[in-house]
Design a protein around this ligand. Sequence first.
Ligand code: HEC
Ligand code: HEC
Length: 476
Amino acid sequence: MKRGCGTALFAGLLLSLLTGCSEDAPVRHPSHHAPPDVTQLPAKALPGGDTTFVNRNPENRRGIDDFSQPSANLPASQRGTFAVGNSFFTNAWVSAPASTTARDGLGPLYSAAACQDCHVRDGRGHPPPHADAPITAGIVTFASASGEAHPVYGGQLQTRALPGAAPEARVRVQWQTFTESLPDGTEIAVRRPRWQADQWGYGEPESDTRVSFRIAPPMIGLGLLEAIDTAAIEAEAARQQADPAPPNGRVHRIARSDTEASTVGRFGWKATQPTVHAQSMKAFAHDLGITSELFATDECTPAQRVCQDFPNGGNPELSIDIGEAVVFYARHLAPPARRYVDRPDVVTGETLFTRIGCAACHTPSWTTAKDAEPSLAGQTIWPYTDLLLHDMGEGLADGRREGAAGPRDWRTPPLWGLGHTTPIGGANAGYLHDGRARTLAEAILWHGGEAQAARDAWASLSATERRKVIRFLAAL
Ligand code: HEC
Ligand code: HEC
């Protein structure tokens, strides 16, 4: 056996993990038993820069906990805070009053009892597989005919409630399957969700309201995305808009209540939240029913007296220390190393990805700001997102308007870690905002609007080339 493919144990494992080492692979790592020298690997093999988690399991498998690791460069002194945050992210909250005052205050209306119930193993959530399965790993969005939040039910339907309170509604999905025919005659089965709500807890709403669903996105690399300079994101939007041809991504500007200035939204499927902190506090209030300094009330409208009638778990319910630990945790989950970066089909797949226009929105690389938190600062990262809003067409529209994002607008999601979707999220985990796409091919076929041309270009490739694009995505 040649060196680099097994003789140098540590180096060999790392190399095969990252490059799909074959017998004739070049020797890239010189020493036996030395710690792996990550500078010897192509930069894009480490999508989170120095924060990247490298799983060294001997079978070259993706691990079920690959999204749950702290940034590799996190100082030992900060790992305790990460562990505290992990505990409050993972374990269930309970109703107040309770003996465990640190984690009480759940509800009275809520969508899940723990962050992890939706962000499954720090990865994505999933839609229910069939009409009789309950909603578990995402949120139900609700819109008036105008697209705005509903006056009684708000912008999110809470499908759970504490004993004594009524859930807002029962929500179910019907899947409709149809076939997409590609130019070469290949047929691909695609499914579309139809969301329905009944058993309304607070009165029947108007018939022109719209129910939709969003899975929880993966939690990796969020601190790095937050550390990208606002000016760099604005420059990318200006660059896209200078050319009338799509894509023409837009920054989601968010009005701030505390200052005159607006800020740039980058988190959530419609980029509605500017920071990991804001998104996390919103999650506590809207998904768990836990109030904080930032969100003084649960997601209850004045028409829902039930929220005032229940005892609360402190005012606010979330202590500042626990909130900060959870946010710290959410900022420091490491993106895992890429695999097979040098394999010829993966390399060709990425070239095609760029050539047919995917990389125009799924921007491969960014460098984080120098003045960010030390472990996140100045890193070259490979998230494959421009963090901008795009009109993705009617097929993906959800009827919901949030700030400057209309029903057809979605933020380009990062693609790092995409190949971990099934190992971590399980068989029901799918792609796109509502998890409707069971395969990567299905996800591409739903691209419309500004992404229509790239979608059509992929559909027009030969079967072999289409497969190489998918191989590249699955190796991320
Ligand atoms: C009921 C399901 C659910 C629960 C529980 C939940 N989330 Fe989420 N999370 C989501 C959804 C859905 C989104 C996308 C939100 C959107 O599109 O507006 C999201 C987005 C996020 C994001 C932004 C990720 C990104 O890439 O944009 C962060 C950070 C986050 N959640 C943190 C938390 C924290 C912290 C908790 C626990 C306090 C939590 N979430 C609980 C469903 C959930
Ligand atoms: C105009 C911008 C744009 C272009 C061009 C584009 N995408 Fe996307 N992509 C998006 C947006 C926005 C979403 C999220 C849509 C949603 O969730 O409803 C997305 C979602 C995805 C997803 C699902 C990600 C996940 O986490 O669920 C994959 C995979 C993907 N794109 C691959 C591609 C490929 C391959 C191409 C080229 C054929 C491409 N995209 C071209 C904007 C774009």
